[in-house]
Design a protein around this ligand. Structure first.
Ligand code: HEC
Ligand code: HEC
Length: 425
């Protein structure tokens, strides 16, 4: 099988890249900036109908690992917005470990794009990402930055904290809650808005989002054993199934020595040939991914980036169903079966057809650039697929609490609790 680029080399390169970022310093989860970020992250008043916050779609409860609880409970692929009846068109990814994604860039050596936030990487950093949801009409739906800042002004704690953390005076800005995006905002608005996104990013870079407390972490540190089936799953993940070509499972080197636990992504982009999810409300046209971004499209006349979406971390993956950028897979079993049999199972018209994922798969939603080298016909048995799923369950954080493992009793600290977190934004 011919491969266009050698992915095998990439884990090491990725670790070196991370090293550079990490060695710039660590943001404490409890810095005043991160504490302000926590308040903002949880504040429903910053949405049009005062009914939605970041937390609504990226829950802080361990059970939901920074995704939308409604999606997990109901299997719905997309999230409701602040305005009733308006929904997005993409599956909310976990905000856990997103802090480790490097600045969006073109890796000339590998010949591919790496890093950034969102399925198509259009947020270059976490702070840039956090600027989006407030103004997105299908999310928090505020009319303008000035309107958001006007909501901030209502809360004395924000007035106090913005002064203390950033030296900015919210009282000096006139309030205009209905301000449209076409209005020139008064002095100070853009700066306050930008600082707000930095505070949120600082919170997301804290320990809470990046716990490294899964069974796999305790196994890596030699504090517990995997079951026979989990071990088989890990071997397949790194071997016959080649998952690790993109979901890097090897530890890197942390600054000042020691281990950087694997993040299970190389933050690159690929088109796996996911079927269209016809259950997204309104059945919108498939998302073109990376190649659909105007800035990328301008440099990509051949459309080589169309259909590519970001490789997401697999940490906490057992808690974040459904799967894929369009949520077309309901379970881990289903997506693993897809990797294994995309090209060998039969065909069915769409994901509501009887036999979907059992006797056939629908066509890819974006036909260009489907990766046929590394997936689609893995030759795994049903038992091997199940072993991979069992292994994926070892990536869930909070193992001391959920594991019932006498070697790792409740309260055991993460073996990687000292791993430096990404620096402040
Ligand atoms: C209505 C639900 C909703 C709300 C509210 C929401 N998000 Fe999201 N979030 C999403 C969806 C959907 C995506 C993927 C969108 C895309 O890729 O274009 C996403 C993507 C992200 C990502 C990218 C993760 C990655 O690995 O690429 C981060 C981080 C994130 N959101 C944080 C936030 C923050 C911070 C807020 C509050 C300012 C917020 N979200 C508000 C639904 C939501
Ligand atoms: C060629 C690179 C590549 C390989 C190999 C690969 N993946 Fe992925 N994986 C991706 C990309 C890209 C996505 C996001 C795709 C999308 O949504 O369109 C993804 C998404 C996933 C998701 C869903 C993530 C989420 O947040 O919804 C799971 C689970 C997953 N992969 C598991 C695996 C397993 C298990 C294997 C091995 C059988 C594997 N992957 C092999 C690139 C890869």
């Amino acid at each position: 099988m011919k491969r266009k680029r050698s992915r095998a080399l990439r884990p090491i390169r990725c670790a070196v890249g991370l090293l550079a970022i990490l060695s710039m310093g660590a943001a404490g989860a409890s810095s005043p900036e991160a504490r302000l970020g926590r308040l903002l992250y949880k504040d429903e008043n910053l949405s049009l109908n005062r009914n939605q916050s970041c937390e609504s779609c990226h829950s802080l409860r361990n059970r939901f690992a920074f995704v939308d609880p409604d999606n997990v409970r109901e299997g719905s692929p997309v999230s409701d917005g602040s305005v009733p009846g308006r929904t997005g068109t993409l599956n909310a990814p976990s905000a856990g470990y997103a802090a480790f994604s490097p600045f969006f860039h073109w890796d000339a050596e590998e010949g591919l794009y790496v890093g950034g936030q969102f399925w198509n990487g259009r947020g270059r950093t976490l702070a840039e990402q956090a600027a989006g949801p407030f103004l997105n009409p299908v999310e928090m739906a505020m009319p303008s930055k000035w309107a958001v800042v006007s909501r901030l002004k209502e809360v004395p704690v924000y007035v106090e904290r913005f002064a203390k953390v950033y030296g900015l005076n919210l009282d000096a800005i006139p309030a205009y809650e209905q301000a449209g995006a076409d209005l020139q905002p008064p002095l100070g608005v853009l700066e306050v808005y930008e600082r707000m996104t930095r505070a949120i990013a600082a919170f997301e870079k804290g320990r809470r989002f990046n716990r490294f407390s899964s069974k796999f972490d305790f196994y890596l540190a030699g504090q517990t054993e995997l079951s026979a089936r989990e071990r088989r799953g890990l071997r397949l993940f790194n071997g016959k199934a080649r998952c690790n070509a993109c979901h890097v499972s090897a530890p890197g080197i942390a600054p000042y020595g020691g281990m950087l636990p694997p993040l299970f992504t190389d933050f690159s982009y690929d088109n796996l040939g996911l079927p269209r999810n016809v259950n997204i409300p309104g059945d919108p046209e498939p998302d073109p991914g990376l190649g659909g971004r105007p800035d990328i499209a301008a440099r990509d006349p051949g459309g080589q980036e169309l259909g590519k979406h970001k490789v997401m971390s697999l940490r906490n993956i057992a808690r974040t169903a459904p799967y894929g950028h369009n949520g077309v897979f309901q379970t881990l079993g289903q997506i693993v079966h897809f990797y294994n049999s995309r090209d060998t199972l039969g065909w069915v018209p769409d994901n509501n057809s009887p036999g979907y994922a059992e006797s056939g798969w629908p066509d890819p939603e974006v036909a260009q650039n489907v990766n046929r080298d590394e997936l689609g016909d893995l030759g795994l048995t049903a038992a091997q697929e199940r072993a991979i799923v069992a292994f994926l369950h070892t990536l869930t954080d909070g193992y001391p609490q959920w594991g019932g493992d006498p070697h790792v009793p409740p309260g055991t600290p993460s073996p990687f609790a000292d791993t430096p977190l990404p620096p402040a934004p």
